[in-house]
Design a protein around this ligand. Sequence first.
Ligand code: SF4
Length: 322
Amino acid sequence: MADPILSVERLKKHFPTKLGLVKAVDGISLSVAAGETIGLVGESGSGKTTVAQCIVGIYPPTDGEIRFRGQPISRELRKRSKDLKREIRIVFQDPGSSLNPKRTISQILSVPLKVHRNARGRSRTAMIRNLLEMVELPPDEYLHKYPQSIGGGEKQMVAIARALATSPSFVVLDEPTSALDVSVQAKIINLLLELQTKLSLTYLFITHDLSLMRNVATRVAIMYLGKICEVAPTVEFFRNPLHPYTKMLLSSIPVVSEEEKALKPAKILSRGEIPSPVNVPPGCSFHLRCPMKMEICSEADPEMVEVEPDHLARCHLLSRRS
Ligand code: SF4
């Protein structure tokens, strides 16, 4: 891979709670190349959103390192670097709660323009109009509306415009369509893809919807209980899934074409639910649900191995193969 724009090395985020230590993210490493969309996929409780929150600075990591353009992002750097806040932006899952209901759309968009681009007066108004046009909302119609008077899809378009207001290069999309009606999901996805091409954006796309990643991501990474268990370029990922958990997820998603049908693994029934991250099982964290489990699986945590070029997975079956 060319020099990554963002890389995460052995990132951990643990939360002490009354019930014990929650290991939400437990030592993940991941690199993202400029211009790509990496889909970080997992069930609820897998830790994918915590990874996003560490990257944008909502949580400081417990351990490990995040680098942006080769430079480690420390807590201090994040506090003082306006550039970093301008370059790395996030679009949240629920646009309803991420937009201030007391402000008009024009006021909402003016905040990042004032803070990060020092835009004032007419130039700021022109930028706001331009941002609305970019997300396909006619400015004259939307400038003076409040979030509660527009639909969920339109709110998400405003949230995307707000993220783009600082001219970022890296955008974290935290389940940007999962709170929306199915009828508008495709519209938002198409808009995000068009904007990516037009503005040379890099996306980290957090989702539980693996089938969506087939047409959106350039690479797919699967998270399970705070760890990445498989990562591969999208075509290779769907053609040759390796990890039993990935196969389980793929066996349950709907397919539309004959080609997809031919590649779909035989149905693997899910055994139980993802365990609590307070109580991560020893050995391979997937062993309580894995149909391929062996004796070693409950004793030793498998290492991540590169099975094919750029195709890595963490499973004792694969370590034995290599
Ligand atoms: Fe299953 Fe063992 Fe592989 Fe874990 S290491 S996924 S339990 S076969």
